[in-house]
Unconditional design. Structure first.
Lengths: 113, 111
């Protein structure tokens, strides 16, 4: 099993550009989520999904969109990148709801200039 | 407002000693609390989960305690090794709220 994979590992964007961060898992987990991690702050939940076709907002959803068309994939879209979105982004999945024992991907380091 | 506090200062201990990390919280009625390990440049890795009705949980050299009266969890690593050096995150889940992570404590085990 590859577990949770994320691409790209690094990305530099200019303000106003859009992009999609990819996340995939091969563990048949229903629950998936996106977090951002900034220095001095804990992981903050952006969006999550409890199954294919179902998504909901987390703590910091503004500027991000998600969709879940399959159990395996949960892409995160930045609509119009801003410097405040410079961060490390982690995707996670869990076999159970409510973020029980999450498996995290390796992260994407995003810089917006 | 809800708050999770972990000691932001790094914890340095000698190899072979027991490392104790603290997670304090306010304004939560947690259903469970989790501990994760994070190495530089990597995603967090789940270690242990303890429920609100459990006082203590063990896994190999790891022990977690949960005191809902003090609103505190302690994370112990016995016989610590340099390979235990990492940042340790606590995370709380309460009621209908989503899980919330602390900022983490960096542990350095000195040979």
């Amino acid at each position: 099993n590859a577990g949770v994979t994320q691409t790209p590992k690094f990305q530099v964007l200019k303000t106003g550009q859009s992009m999609t961060l990819q996340c995939a898992q091969d563990m048949n987990h229903e629950y998936m989520s996106w977090y951002r991690q900034d220095p001095g702050m804990g992981l903050r939940l952006i969006h999550y999904s409890v199954g294919a076709g179902i998504t909901d907002q987390g703590e910091v959803p503004n500027g991000y969109n998600v969709s879940r068309s399959t159990t395996e994939d949960f892409p995160l879209r930045l609509l119009s990148a801003a410097p405040s979105q410079t961060s490390v982004y982690f995707c996670a999945s869990s076999t159970l709801p409510d973020s029980y024992e999450q498996y995290f991907g390796p992260g994407t380091r995003l810089t917006v200039t | 407002s809800q708050k999770i506090e972990q000691n932001s200062e790094a914890l340095n201990i000698q190899e072979g000693k027991t490392a104790t990390l603290t997670c304090n919280y306010t304004n939560y009625s947690p259903a469970y609390l989790q501990w994760y390990r994070q190495d530089p440049g990597r995603g967090p890795v789940f270690l242990l989960l303890i429920r609100e009705n459990e006082k203590e949980k063990r896994k190999e050299r790891l022990k977690v305690t949960f005191d809902t009266t003090l609103k505190q969890s302690l994370f112990h690593i016995t016989a610590s090794q340099p390979a235990d050096s990492a940042t340790y995150l606590c995370a709380l889940k309460g009621g209908y709220q989503k899980v919330t992570f602390g900022t983490g404590t960096k542990l350095q085990v000195i040979p």
